[in-house]
Ligand binder design. Sequence first.
Ligand SMILES: Nc1ncnc2c1ncn2[C@@H]1O[C@H](COP(=O)(O)OP(=O)(O)OP(=O)(O)O)[C@@H](O)[C@H]1O
Ligand SMILES: [Mg+2]
Length: 239
Amino acid sequence: MNHPDNTTNDKWIVTTALCRHYKRGQHVVRAVDGIDLTIGRGDFLAVVGASGSGKSTLLNLLAGLDTPTSGHIQVGGQRLDELNRRKLSEYRAKKVGMVFQSFNLLPQFTALKNVELALYFNDTPRGERRRRARDILDRIGLGDRHDHRPADLSGGEQQRVAIARALIKQPEILFADEPTGNLDQQNAESILEVLGELHREGLTVILVSHDVDMARNAAGRVVKMQYGQVAEDDRQPKT
Ligand SMILES: Nc1ncnc2c1ncn2[C@@H]1O[C@H](COP(=O)(O)OP(=O)(O)OP(=O)(O)O)[C@@H](O)[C@H]1O
Ligand SMILES: [Mg+2]
């Protein structure tokens, strides 16, 4: 972002005493509760933990979709809370790609159109949008599915379209919140393979998963959350 020189690639994303608390009448839900995390450029990080441990909340904070109640996040040396509204929406729109458990595709449109539409508000000319959508679907193994509507795709294929839709913006970070949660084992594995490939090509990937074994297989680092905090942080050399 703005100050690439005062940050190193292994401290690309840095959270400092990051908190997201919700006030619920008398008591406070500490969804994220004091997280200090450093993520390197090009890392493949998996966030695991029980339901309610704060995984999605953390992801949404990192993606700039939610605002901390205290603490802060730096990306490339730039604090997100110091960005003005235009810069923050630029961060969300251009730097960050999001993939969710429910693919959130538009049912009336083809795969190609679903991917292309992600560039609709990015001032990309129509021909260029279409060309990039085609390229990316081909690359992600859906070369022969451009004209299929979501209902005529398998779950794994729909998730690939959702990944393509995130990638067409050429993000620097791909966030995936339980992207395999609605998939059978075989489709889940193929989606994790896609994420691994993107990581090998240099993309920073942050994956949320319930499944610790799956996360271990996919990612080089597994952060386990518990009650809004980091309970374990395992880095392992990839085999
Ligand atoms: N808008 C909200 N208001 C109050 N509490 C909330 C809100 N959103 C989330 N929470 C609470 O914050 C905690 C963390 O939620 P979060 O969605 O981050 O968990 P998670 O780890 O993603 O769980 P899951 O694996 O079920 O998706 C939960 O206890 C949840 O009930
Ligand atoms: Mg969640």
